[in-house]
Ligand binder design. Structure first.
Ligand SMILES: [Zn+2]
Length: 348
């Protein structure tokens, strides 16, 4: 497991048993030490370029001189606050303000009466966050996305009510009363490699229509119902690139809150180099050696030429992991060659 993957370093105890205790949850919601983040339509609140954290005791980011209690109470936040977990017995919540329109949210921000407070898109604000904060917010974002899509029962259409700090919803129709739980959509992402009889191994990377030209990445796709992860890998690679794979090996996984996926990463072995691309999905695809990939530019680099995926993505981890293994294998081969040569010289 690679603990450096973005969104994978959750520091909070999810307290999945305690959050079912309504009395405990009410205590935490009203505690002056509990911490609240604010979310509005895909964005979190920042104060002076730092993630804004509200406590009843200290206001936002310990700006004690301003009294925020009224501003917070006005939100009637309790029904919308989603519980995230605890750290050193302090509870963390995220409040979804998305119900407010543009004018209402502008008015709410004005009431905060602090300079440099604004909502910033989650993905664009990643550089302002520590790995722990990114993991907490990604969890909050995924939970809120589920809450927003589960306001009505999928069975009878009646309204639902949030329970367990926003981790369960129950249909309010007396005849139905179905329970609904947060959903995660599994997706597989795979680096396909090919080892020729002679010469260096190569891996398959593709340009997807949804990304800028010359941005190369691994193949990926959602898991179908009734399908194992390995079967999904084999199907997706065959569908998108026309390549048969075997020896599918798990590498790592990453929560991907855009909106609520779990990316499960693999390396798979191709049986041939022949490609037959699904043109609706891919602009191009090609095989690259590890050495060629070393000359690729980073994501976001304005210079011309092929680029690697974003550093926070599991696609990039798969590529980096594979390149590292190739260089290690080469170093081992070279070392063995030197040893053999030395042994031959010594015996002659
Ligand atoms: Zn229902």
């Amino acid at each position: 497991m690679n603990n450096d993957l973005t969104f994978s370093q959750m520091p909070l105890d999810r307290a999945s048993t305690l959050r079912k205790d309504q009395t405990w949850m009410q205590d935490k919601l009203s505690s002056e030490d509990s911490c609240f983040y604010f979310f509005w339509r895909g964005k979190f609140l920042y104060y002076q370029q730092k993630l804004a954290v509200y406590t009843r005791k200290n206001g936002i980011n310990s700006a004690r001189e301003v009294n925020y209690a009224d501003v917070f109470t006005e939100l009637s936040q309790t029904s919308d606050a989603v519980f995230l977990g605890t750290s050193a017995d302090i509870a963390y919540f995220v409040c979804d303000l998305s119900i407010m329109n543009d004018d209402e949210i502008a008015g709410w921000l004005k009431k905060l009466n602090i300079d440099n407070s604004k909502f910033i898109d989650f993905r664009r604000s990643l550089s302002l966050l520590s790995p722990s904060q990114a993991a907490i917010l990604s969890y909050g974002k995924a939970l809120i996305h589920w809450q927003q899509s589960a306001l009505h029962c999928g069975y009878c259409g009646a309204k639902t009510k949030a329970l367990d700090g926003g981790h369960r919803r129950v249909c309010l129709c007396e005849n139905c009363q179905k329970e609904h739980f947060p959903r995660t959509d599994p997706a597989v992402i795979m680096l396909v490699e090919y080892q020729p009889k002679f010469g260096p191994a190569v891996c398959l990377l593709a340009e997807h229509h949804r990304t800028p030209e010359q941005a190369f990445s691994t193949l990926a796709g959602f898991v179908d119902p009734g399908e194992s992860l390995q079967e999904a890998v084999a199907r997706e690679v065959l569908e998108e690139a026309g390549v048969q794979v075997n020896n599918v090996r798990y590498v790592d996984s990453q929560p991907w809150p855009f909106p609520n996926s779990l990316m499960v990463g693999f390396i798979a072995q191709a049986s041939s180099l022949d490609l037959c691309l699904e043109e609706e999905e891919l602009r191009s695809a090609a095989w690259f050696t590890a050495e060629q990939l070393m000359n690729f530019k980073d994501w976001g680099d304005d210079a011309a030429g092929p680029k690697l995926p974003r550093k926070e993505s599991i696609a990039r981890l798969l590529i980096d992991t594979w390149c590292k293994s190739q260089f290690e294998a080469n170093a081992k081969t070279e070392k063995m060659a030197v040893e053999v040569k030395t042994a031959l010289l010594a015996s002659s």
